[in-house]
Design a protein around this ligand. Structure first.
Ligand code: ACO
Length: 451
């Protein structure tokens, strides 16, 4: 099949958030630390009424309903998540409750886990299935969802929650470029979850940033080499109309864009360096692996790349700054943010770069080409107009004071693996269509209802 890619996207995020300025005051840190230092505005969070199953149920049902997809039209469904509530039973099997009543059980795919990378793995598997001999003409559904929460401390403001479902098939408006995907996987203890009774990771913040930036260097260089071999073109950031990153917090994304420009600089010939980057001449001998925390280089390249960031990356950060790091859906929240900040006519023909990172670590750099057709009845126009609800929905959320945010996280901390358990939080302000937990029985079986 030709033009395999994304036909439709849906997102869910919590109907409540904590304001990062208020959280700065409440945590007693200096004003601006979370909002300017990290670049975050609001953070979505869940009560004891939601878990990874309910989030994924909500987003999958939403996609089927809003796009009039019959359960029998899905041939593959898989979930990327690092929010583990069962060591054996997958979230995918829970989602089958949406398909079994329609007599549909012939659906391949299962869960994939590696920190924030699982969603990308689910997506790659879905694309591969459509392109394979196993394909049976039906759609694939790649689901990414997580509840990202950290223990009290400097990492806590970098949490978030969300789930995204992506409908994958041929003749899509967002087409994955073939044969140039670049991946970097290696062993690192930058962020991991060894305590299976806790929702919190063990995280070495500084190491995680270094691993992220190093993976970015490696993937980008490999991507550039592959394009150069395949198409005989020298890639730099100018090749892309939009450049999207996994977003733990906005500031790291801005530094990452600057990092790509630094990579371009390092790869340039002496002649190009003087011609294209006259103001960066003093960095002529910079070594990538020694520059992760070099303030001078960071500042110079942040300044140099500011315009590119504003144009190509900033439009993708809306959901990340409003909801926080959703982990696996983060990069795809970036894609939705881009799509809702542009018209179909602006998007038509554009090339979008995507960088996915999951600690531990696994990372990929790949690209999407948007189709040219943006007529009123085009798949692209449909995909974009279907996301019109996202901005108003962000505004409809309820602001919760930091004290309540903290007690809610304490409640989750105490009860997340309790059985039997009946959730005590209100369901009053949930968005329509939300699945929520009604009880966990003594056998740890979970039961849900829908608003
Ligand atoms: N006004 C403006 N800026 C401020 C202020 C202020 N009042 N106070 C601090 N800052 C700046 C700092 O200068 C720093 O900027 P820099 O990044 O340019 O150096 C930034 O805010 C962060 O402050 P720090 O004190 O350096 O960092 P902190 O100890 O608060 O921790 C960290 C930040 C490491 C990101 C932490 O939140 C964390 O561990 N998060 C989870 C891990 C993570 O997200 N890693 C990223 C990749 S892995 C993944 O996706 C999970």
């Amino acid at each position: 099949p030709e033009d395999v890619g994304i036909l439709a996207l849906e997102i869910v995020f919590p109907s409540q958030y904590v304001d990062q300025t208020e959280l700065e005051q409440f945590d007693g840190v200096s004003a601006g630390k979370y909002t300017i230092g990290l670049g975050q505005k609001k953070m979505g969070f869940c009560s004891d009424r939601e878990d990874i199953n309910s989030l994924c149920l909500t987003v999958v049902q939403k996609l089927l309903e809003r796009h009039n997809i019959k359960p029998s039209e899905i041939g593959r469904l898989e979930v990327g998540t690092e929010t583990i509530i069962d060591k054996s039973k997958s979230v995918k099997t829970v989602l089958m409750q949406l398909f079994e009543p329609h007599g549909v059980t012939d659906i391949e795919g299962i869960d994939t886990t590696n920190a924030c990378y699982g969603g990308t793995a689910a997506l790659f598997n879905s694309i591969a299935w459509v392109e394979s001999s196993a394909w049976n003409g039906r759609y694939a559904l790649a689901v990414a969802g997580d509840i990202a929460i950290y223990a009290k401390g400097p990492a806590r403001p970098t949490g978030g929650v969300g789930a995204i479902a992506m409908l994958i098939g041929p003749n899509a408006p967002l087409v994955f470029d073939r044969g140039i995907r670049a991946t970097y996987v290696k062993h690192a203890y930058d962020f991991y979850k060894p305590d299976l009774t806790s929702e919190y990771p063990v995280v070495d913040g500084k190491l995680s940033i270094q691993c992220y930036l190093n993976a970015l260097d490696q993937c980008y260089q490999q991507y550039c080499n592959k394009v150069s071999k395949k198409l005989n073109i020298q890639v730099d950031v100018n090749r892309f109309d939009a450049i999207l990153f996994h977003s733990p917090y906005g500031k790291l994304v801005q530094k990452s864009l600057a990092r790509l420009v630094l990579n371009d600089y390092v790869q340039s010939s002496e002649e190009e360096k003087t011609r294209k980057y006259p103001e960066l001449v003093k960095f002529n001998n910079v070594k990538l692996e020694e520059s992760y925390f070099d303030r001078d280089i960071e500042k110079a390249f942040l300044n140099y790349s500011k315009e590119t960031f504003d144009k190509k990356t900033s439009p993708s950060l809306l959901i990340a700054s409003q909801v926080g790091n959703m982990y696996t859906p983060s990069l795809y929240g970036g894609l939705i943010s881009l799509l809702i900040n542009k018209s179909a006519a602006e998007l038509a023909g554009q090339r979008i770069a995507m960088f996915s990172y999951g600690s531990g670590l696994a990372a990929s750099f790949f690209s999407i080409t948007v189709t040219q057709n943006c007529s009123p009845s085009s798949p692209l126009q449909k995909l974009v107009s279907n996301l019109n609800y996202v901005k108003p929905l962000l505004e409809l959320r309820q602001k919760i004071e930091p004290k309540k945010f903290e007690s809610t996280l304490e409640l989750r901390q105490k009860t997340c693996h309790s059985a039997p358990y009946e959730p005590i939080s209100s369901i009053e302000n949930f968005f329509p269509g939300t699945y929520y937990l009604i009880k966990i029985d003594e056998q740890h079986r979970r039961f849900y209802d829908r608003i």
